[in-house]
Design a protein around this ligand. Sequence first.
Ligand SMILES: [Zn+2]
Ligand SMILES: [Zn+2]
Length: 304
Amino acid sequence: MRLGVHVPIAGGLPSALAWARQVGCTTMQIFSRSPRGGQAPRLNQAVVERFSAQRRQAGIAPLVVHSPYIINLASPEPQVWRVSVALLQEECARAAQLGAQYLVTHVGSHRGHGEAAGIRQVAQALDQALETAPSGVMVLLENTAGSGQGVGSRFEALAAIREAARSQARVGICLDTAHLFAAGFPIHTPSGLAETVAHFHRVVGLDHLKLLHLNDSKVVLGSCVDRHWHIGQGHIGLEGMRGIVNHPAFQQVPWILETPKERMEEDRRNLDAVRQLVRPESVPRTRASRTRRSATRTAAHASG
Ligand SMILES: [Zn+2]
Ligand SMILES: [Zn+2]
């Protein structure tokens, strides 16, 4: 399991990496610039190279970049749409320079022009942005909480965007558990989770799921409001989270926590909460088999 957090970038790349290491991340997400807009700071090549080398050495991979919130790829207004495409293009280049594997983006709002029109705008925006983008970065469309005229809370819309894009091989999906819950998917119960996963697989395909944003929700099911909360302490709750982190569909993708924090301690606590929920048999690789082997050995010794 690759597990990490969205790391604050205010102190620059070296302090972001220090944060990730100190809380015990094996993957991490950052903003490459202010999420609320403005000019992006220039990336210093020497600093970036040191960051990449130290990140790899620390075994923190993949690196995920989250694009700014002001991007609206679904916008019907030509000027807003053009600026959004340019921003996405720039973010792809910055993500590549940072050595990121994924660039997560929200889809945006159709502003009253309807979902179908929004979907067309997004697919076109992706094609245009990815035409010139470095090949190493995959764009991940993140599902949204379903407020207002936003596109992308329904799996059908996410699938339609991928299918309409010529660049679909470079477009994957990021599922955010708090957004799913707010959009009305009852992932806090075993049957609701099973149905949601089956629905996603039928409509989008689990192969296209590349990342999980693991967040509890401060708001109730179907409230369409985006309020992340501490793992196990929100309306998804501890048992809901246990079901999610042990679900087979999510074992092959990295998990990023975007839970609230002012101090590192809060990240540590939420990461610990996740680790404690994971049952050893859910971990597919060596750790579980090693545990099983040593358990067998212990049993043999005890009986012998
Ligand atoms: Zn997001
Ligand atoms: Zn998210």
